[in-house]
Ligand binder design. Structure first.
Ligand SMILES: [Zn+2]
Length: 155
């Protein structure tokens, strides 16, 4: 296996409902930021539960130090209106309207994207930021997150 062979995905100590449907053939990878500074996978999970959701809405989560956690994994997520059944949502901890993603986070994100692109035959142009989804009114994953530059890094 090439690319992503050294990606370590940790299991968070959170319970994801078995009744959620499987995400079978994702066609997109959608990148997000938490917007809240300093939130880890557990803070984000707690917040999403407080909204009445089935636990964390993101499929994968990247901490400030680059550690990758499984959120919903390959169960259908809750992160992008109209796209959840066809996309893998990856969230980076931080607010990139204010700050910038850390190098460790970008390295992990690149590995994770490369891994899923190969596994599910997803093209580079389908690796998008939340704000690039039609009708999105968000800046997510933050105005300082350069999606064009990130896509170029995947070539
Ligand atoms: Zn988002």
């Amino acid at each position: 296996m090439k690319g992503g062979e050294n990606i370590e995905i940790k299991k968070a100590l959170i319970r994801i409902s078995e009744s959620l449907d499987d995400l079978i053939e994702p066609q997109y990878i959608i990148i997000h930021h938490t917007e809240e500074i300093g939130w880890n996978v557990y803070d984000t999970n707690d917040y999403h539960i407080s909204l009445g959701w089935e636990g964390i809405g993101y499929n994968y989560f990247i901490e400030e130090d680059g550690t990758v956690f499984e959120g919903r994994g390959m169960k259908i997520g809750a992160h992008t209106r109209g796209m959840n059944k066809i996309s893998i949502g990856i969230c980076l901890s931080g607010n990139f309207d204010i700050g910038f993603p850390r190098q460790e986070q970008l390295i992990s994100l690149k590995k994770l994207c490369t891994f899923f692109m190969k596994k599910y035959n997803i093209s580079i142009k389908r690796v998008i930021g939340h704000r690039e989804v039609e009708n999105s009114k968000k800046s997510c994953p933050g105005t300082n997150f350069d999606m064009e530059q990130f896509r170029k890094s995947l070539i």
